[in-house]
Design a protein around this ligand. Structure first.
Ligand SMILES: Nc1ncnc2c1ncn2[C@@H]1O[C@H](COP(=O)(O)OP(=O)(O)OP(=O)(O)O)[C@@H](O)[C@H]1O
Length: 655
């Protein structure tokens, strides 16, 4: 059963069939000789495995019982020694050589196929990652990080697993089982019908097993997932857990999750342990039948049923042939138990391949990146904030913009922005304030084209942002988000992120402007201190300052600060504000802030509430207007204890 139930990526799955073949041709073409060489080696290895039993059968008949003359297929008669000692040595030599060749070709097959599939996997992974990171922000909004990671890890690995393991098993079945079946059919097709009939039965059993065990394993996996999340949650929240003295309660919850895991695992185990004995019983039935029919025939000279001799009273069966039949029928079981896994592996790999191809082919959002106009880049300011004439003025205009986020099915959710219109002149400092959830961040994300409005237009220097090349737009519009992300690396790497050519002086200057220089200099390794997930833990305010420095170094013409200093204390914020002043002089700055002192001196303050701009103007005008802003201000400066009930109620309703 392919894993497409509950598939979060259903819309990305390629329409065309045979995604594996397409990926194989696209990414494997270059290395096709390696693949073909590996397949050839596998075939030789499997053929070699047939030799020892075959030679043994001949040796039994002609050397041990002397019932027929010594001859070997494909070996010219002149090479065969005349005496029995020589013939025995030749037979022994052939067995030894077949084992030696089998080992050499097994190595060659593993070497070539692993090399092929590792390089194949590498190329697919890199291209898939590239396609993934080009997806729009909404793609990531609607999916959990783990789900997205699963394309890169599980899906790509699934293909690799199929190419190395399942294809190898398939060759084993075709060559080894097919070869053994063919040899037996050629020697005595009537007797061969007994073991050959076991092949489809073994195949069916194997397929049944995989189909039955698959949902049980899925249940085990989700039980493990639930247990791990419970453990992770409890360990992560250990302080809260202890302070609420909920240890017994949590132990009970862990016991319950662990019990679910035990039950699902037990269910899978009881199915699994039935599988192998049933395969063995089927093989044993074939083996025992051959033993009775063939043994009877060898011992008495006539088969137990005339069918086996085809009515010919002279038809004989030699002891060597019987041994060969017994040897071969016993060896069906191992390759055939892989049958179900091959079918299952193929279905998984095909589903994974479809998701990958779907992602690689998805140009709905990607295409917009390269269509637009490049903003003039030639005369950008130098990182030292020179004042040369700039290619981008920084005039921003929102014209009756309306927007709703999309859910995972692409359906519009509730409208979060309505009739947003405003204009910011080049070089303006614009404050965006308002209650939480009012739509401030969303407004700014539209300017960066993280999303496009449902109606209305956003213009930069009079040009619709949809007509601008996205890369170019984002180079000119800098964004410092509420919860900045630091990559694992040094402080310097993080500040200079995306600026390949910078000098230390410019970087230090950017850090100073962002109020980061001092604390960075105090870190043990200064700018070389490792930060990010596995690095030194920085406070929220410190992270914000590094993120601010990062954006300053890129020297954008329009700067969006989304509560960029919300985690720093008042004093540090005043310092940052001071140094930012020079920086904000010749660029357009949008500052989203809950702390109104941050925007007090703004040229224009937009007050948002429930997706609309409800007030606008500078600080004095808004205070005089005595509306939402004036009330927020009074609460913050301590002139008023709380917002009037009407505002609170409206905010609650909006949420
Ligand atoms: N990615 C998203 N998907 C769906 N809804 C979202 C998403 N991001 C925000 N929203 C919703 O859009 C509305 C506006 O959110 P937004 O973050 O723009 O508000 P805000 O004014 O910046 O709030 P805050 O001051 O808390 O940052 C909220 O109702 C929020 O729940």
């Amino acid at each position: 059963m392919p894993p497409d139930d509950d598939d979060e990526f259903a819309e990305l799955r390629a329409e065309e069939g045979n995604a594996i073949l397409r990926l194989f041709l696209e990414y494997g073409r270059e290395r096709l000789p390696t693949f073909v060489g590996g397949a050839g080696a596998a075939i030789v290895q499997m053929l070699m495995a047939l030799v020892p039993s075959f030679v043994l059968a001949i040796a039994i008949d002609s050397l041990f019982f002397d019932t027929r003359a010594f001859s070997l297929p494909l070996v010219p008669a002149v090479w065969i020694p005349g005496d029995q000692g020589g013939q025995f040595l030749l037979a022994g030599g052939l067995v030894a050589a077949s084992y030696a060749l089998s080992s050499v070709f097994s190595w060659a097959n593993n070497y070539l196929w692993n090399s092929f599939s590792q390089h194949f996997q590498h190329a697919v992974r890199v291209d898939t990652y590239d396609a993934l990171q080009r997806q729009g922000v909404e793609f990531f909004d609607n999916r959990q990080t783990g789900e997205v990671m699963s394309i890169l890890n599980n899906d790509v690995n699934q293909l690799e697993g199929f190419l190395t393991n399942n294809l190898k098993s398939l060759i084993t079945i075709v060559v080894r089982v097919g070869g053994m079946g063919a040899v037996m059919l050629l020697i005595n097709w009537r007797l061969a019908l007994i073991p050959v009939a076991a092949i489809p039965a073994l195949g069916y059993l194997s397929y049944w097993f995989v189909e039955t065990i698959h949902p049980k394993y899925q249940e085990v996996r989700s039980a493990v997932g639930r247990l791990n999340s419970r453990l992770e949650n409890n360990i992560g929240g250990i302080e809260t857990l202890k302070s609420f003295t909920t240890e017994p309660f949590e132990t009970d919850r862990v016991r319950e999750s662990s019990r679910e895991y035990l039950d699902s695992q037990w269910d899978a185990i009881t199915t699994r342990i039935k599988f192998f004995p049933s395969l063995q019983a089927t093989t044993a039935a074939a083996y025992v039948s051959v033993f009775f029919v063939g043994g009877w025939w060898v011992v008495t000279g006539t088969p137990p049923h005339p069918f086996f001799s085809g009515g010919d009273p002279d038809a004989t069966l030699t002891a060597g042939t019987l041994v060969l039949f017994l040897n071969y029928s016993r060896r069906f079981v191992y390759p055939m138990r892989q049958m179900g896994q091959i079918i299952n592996g193929y279905q998984y790999a095909e589903a994974a391949g479809e998701r990958i191809v779907g992602l690689l082919d998805d140009d709905t959002r990607v295409g917009t990146e390269t269509d637009g106009v490049e903003l003039d880049d030639e005369e950008r300011r130098t990182p030292a904030y020179g004042t040369e004439a700039d290619g981008v003025e920084g005039h921003v205009e929102f014209d009756d913009v309306q927007f709703a986020y999309r859910d995972e099915d692409g359906e519009a959710e509730e409208t979060v922005l309505r009739g947003i219109s405003f204009e910011a002149d080049a070089g303006d400092y614009v404050g965006l304030v308002g209650p939480t959830g009012a739509g401030k961040s969303t407004t700014m994300k539209l300017l960066l084209r993280f999303y496009d409005p449902d109606s209305g237009t956003i213009r930069l220097d009079g040009r619709d942002v949809r007509d601008i090349d996205i890369r170019s737009l984002r180079e000119h519009v800098g964004y410092v988000s509420q919860e900045p992300y630091l990559f694992y690396g040094t402080v310097a790497d993080n500040i200079a992120y995306g600026v390949p050519e910078y000098d230390d002086e410019a970087m230090h200057e950017a850090a100073e402007t962002a109020g980061a220089h001092e604390f960075v200099a105090d870190l043990e390794d200064g700018y070389d201190t490792m930060v990010g997930e596995r690095g030194v833990k920085l406070s929220g305010g410190q992270r914000q300052r590094i993120a601010l420095a990062r954006t300053i170094l890129r020297d954008p013409d329009v700067l969006v600060l989304d509560e960029a200093t919300s985690h720093v204390d008042n004093e540090t914020e005043a310092v940052i504000q001071n140094s930012l002043e020079a920086l904000t002089e010749d660029r357009t700055v949008f500052a989203i802030a809950h702390r109104l002192s941050t925007v007090r001196d703004a040229d224009q303050i937009l007050v948002m509430d429930d997706g609309e701009i409800v007030e606008r103007g500078d600080h004095e005008r808004l205070i005089d207007g005595d509306g939402l802003y004036a009330n927020l201000w009074r609460v913050q400066v301590g002139e008023m204890e709380a917002l009037p009930e009407s505002f609170v109620e409206r905010s609650l309703e909006a949420q």
